[in-house]
Design a binder for this molecule. Structure first.
Ligand SMILES: Nc1nc2c(ncn2[C@@H]2O[C@H](COP(=O)(O)OP(=O)(O)O)[C@@H](O)[C@H]2O)c(=O)[nH]1
Ligand SMILES: [Mg+2]
Ligand SMILES: [Zn+2]
Length: 302
């Protein structure tokens, strides 16, 4: 039988079979040792083959189909093994808050670069609209303009009051979606608002630190009624950017990549080269300084 991995906690893996039933499965021994680069041989979103064990109420995963894509992170910055957060994603969403807590531009851009790096289409969800005053609305409008021009769809919602959810719900239908964002940005609240049946745990925002507490400790996949999934990821501080070489970064900024054919050099890094269309774009306002500064900072990190 075939199914999708919807939960993986270590020793047990929950698989949703085609007919909708869920089976807790063990892994056939061979997988545990095969993949030494990753701490988890099977990940949320994996398509697997399962053999049901009639004597027990559980099953055995016998095959893992090749992944179309996946997103990984490292346990620590220096560690050689990485953890697959989720596989076979159709779309990645970053939940951004202008306030309570403020999401940094660096975080947004790192997320987007990671998604581009893995060829996963990405969008931005601005949450907590209800907390916005004039100033926050202006900040959001400014960011929205920058990211939409770059090619990223933007949504503005309030998970608390349910505002602005309809267009987003349409996009989520029938797809495998990843939700990421700072802890406290409202990922769990948003999943609740999208599908109240799911009853995700949402944490209270700590008033002293203005930081969210960790209520989710490992990624979990939720099935949306009507079809589709949302993978909720725990507060990821050092999101992604793991496997990439410096040379790959320029293509991960789509608005700059589009200008590359107009740069004098085919392999222009848009830093010191003469005749660079991206640098001209900075002067003309076509390229945002905010994005360009992120680009430089990510490039210099490599
Ligand atoms: N005012 C307001 N608070 C929200 C909104 N969405 C989430 N919150 C609150 O923000 C805190 C963190 O939300 P949670 O969903 O746990 O964030 P997560 O860490 O990203 O999963 C909780 O206290 C939520 O009630 C919103 O749209 N407006
Ligand atoms: Mg949460
Ligand atoms: Zn250039």
């Amino acid at each position: 039988m075939e199914g999708t991995v919807v939960k993986s906690t270590g020793s047990w893996t929950t698989v949703r079979l085609r007919d909708g039933t869920r089976v807790d499965c063990k892994l056939k021994g061979q997988f545990r040792m095969r993949d030494i680069k990753h701490t988890n041989p099977v990940a949320i979103g994996d398509y697997v083959e399962v053999v049901l064990l009639p004597s027990d109420s559980h099953g055995m995963i016998t095959q893992i189909r090749e992944r179309e894509n996946y997103i990984i992170r490292k346990a620590t910055k220096l560690s050689k093994v990485s953890h697959i957060i989720a596989a076979n994603l159709d779309h990645a969403y970053v939940i951004v808050t202008i306030t309570h807590p403020r999401t940094s531009n660096g975080f947004i851009d790192r997320f987007l670069v990671t998604a581009e790096g893995y060829y996963i289409p990405a969008s931005i969800i601005f949450n907590k609209l209800d907390l916005h005053k004039e100033e926050e609305n202006q900040s959001m409008a400014h960011l929205k303009q920058i990211y939409e021009a770059a090619g990223y769809p933007c949504y503005a919602v309030s998970a608390l009051y349910g505002d602005g959810l309809e267009p987003l719900k349409k996009q989520l239908q029938g797809r495998m979606n990843l939700f990421s964002g700072h802890s406290g940005a409202g990922k769990s609240a948003l999943i609740n608002a999208i599908d109240p049946d799911l009853k995700t745990k949402t944490g209270m925002l700590s008033e002293i630190h203005q930081k969210g507490m960790h209520t989710t400790t490992f990624a979990e996949m939720y099935e949306i009624s009507g079809g589709g999934y949302i993978v909720d990821t725990p507060g990821i501080k050092e999101f992604g950017l793991i496997d990439f070489e410096k040379e790959e970064i320029p293509r991960c900024f789509p608005e700059m990549d589009r200008l590359l054919p107009y740069c004098q050099y085919k392999n222009c890094t848009h830093t010191h080269e003469p005749g660079c269309a991206v640098k001209s774009g900075l002067d003309s306002g076509e390229i945002s300084h905010l994005r360009y500064n992120s680009y430089l900072s990510i490039l210099n990190d490599r």
